[in-house]
Design a protein around this ligand. Structure first.
Ligand SMILES: [Zn+2]
Length: 312
């Protein structure tokens, strides 16, 4: 689809926050062209826009947090962002009545189903893309990630865990609405039983359960009675996370994204490195027309400065 897209009608979803354990409701409404994805906290007196762009990314330790310097924040946005980006939805307002999005079943499945129910509408403005022009690589310890030029949106994600039940897994494919729907959208978040107590003590994962996470027990088996949805569900979930984290660039990225032992932090670092290097990308429309970035109204929010404090 070459034109910007929004949802055709409002969506309401309820659930719990995986870290807070609190009940939370979200309302997603259609938005005008060039709005992007904007989060709002409907439980606060003052309505503040939190655009889903790198400028607003705060902590990335356990989940991705959007926040502003006034400490208004929304946590755990990555699975919804992945669904928007993969289904090529450019514009929407997401109202949240708490500080964290509902975790649903730990994947993007419920968001995709909700989009299917209301349908999408094409808008009267062309979509813009970030086109990768040269390789950009970031590394941290044994982990690395890189963007390279590619005609499309491609993900090559590899993980390597000591836990034998996960081990080394890789997922490589072009990202399209149908590959995301069929291969990635149902892949759930996962965690280790041995980490749970520490997370609880730190005030995280309070809403975490077998309904929204794949849990690996101390005996290296899957605790969930239903088992895995895909044999390599772990790397598929890591790919889903990467799709969501790259969406914080504000536009679809035309290029190949490769990561080895990556995560939210590595994904955010790679996006920041790409956007910081003006020779590494250009903003184009679907028919490949470059857009001059300093033309009024033509550029997206691409400053890589992280305004929000690390912890919100
Ligand atoms: Zn995730």
């Amino acid at each position: 689809m070459k034109y910007q897209t929004t949802i055709a009608d409002r969506i309401e979803l309820d659930g719990i926050g995986v870290h807070s354990g609190n009940p939370v409701s979200i309302t997603i409404t259609p938005a005008d062209p060039d709005t992007g994805i904007v989060f709002q906290r409907s439980d606060l007196d003052e309505l503040t826009d939190l655009p889903a762009t790198v400028d607003y990314v705060g902590a990335t330790d356990l989940c991705t947090v959007l926040g502003n310097p006034a400490h208004v924040c929304v946590k755990t946005i990555e699975h919804l962002m992945a669904a928007f980006s993969a289904m090529e939805i450019d514009n929407a307002i997401v109202e949240v009545d708490d500080s964290e999005l509902p975790v649903m079943d730990g994947s993007s499945l419920h968001f995709i189903e909700a989009f299917d129910q209301v349908g999408l509408i094409k808008q009267a403005r062309k979509r813009r893309y970030i086109k990768v022009k040269k390789p950009i690589r970031v590394a941290m310890g044994a982990s690395w990630a890189e963007f390279t030029p590619y005609d499309g949106r491609r993900f090559e994600v590899e993980i390597d865990f000591d836990a034998p039940i996960i081990g080394r897994q890789s997922y490589k494919n072009d990202l399209t609405p149908s590959t995301f729907r069929d291969e990635l959208s149902g892949a759930r978040t996962f965690g280790f039983m041995k980490d749970v107590e520490g997370l609880w003590a730190a005030g995280y994962a309070l809403g975490s359960s077998l309904d929204n996470s794949v849990v690996i027990g101390d005996d290296n088996t899957i605790v969930n009675p239903e088992g895995l949805r895909y044999e390599d569900e772990f790397v598929r979930h890591k790919t889903l996370d990467a799709v969501g984290d790259l969406a914080l660039s504000g536009l679809q990225i035309l290029g190949c994204y490769r990561s080895y032992r990556g995560g939210h932090k590595m994904n955010a670092m790679a996006v920041e490195a790409l956007l910081k290097d003006k020779d590494a990308y250009e903003i184009v429309t679907a028919d490949d027309t470059p857009i001059v970035q300093d033309q009024a109204g033509a550029s997206v929010s691409i400053s890589a400065a992280v305004l929000a404090p690390e912890r919100l």
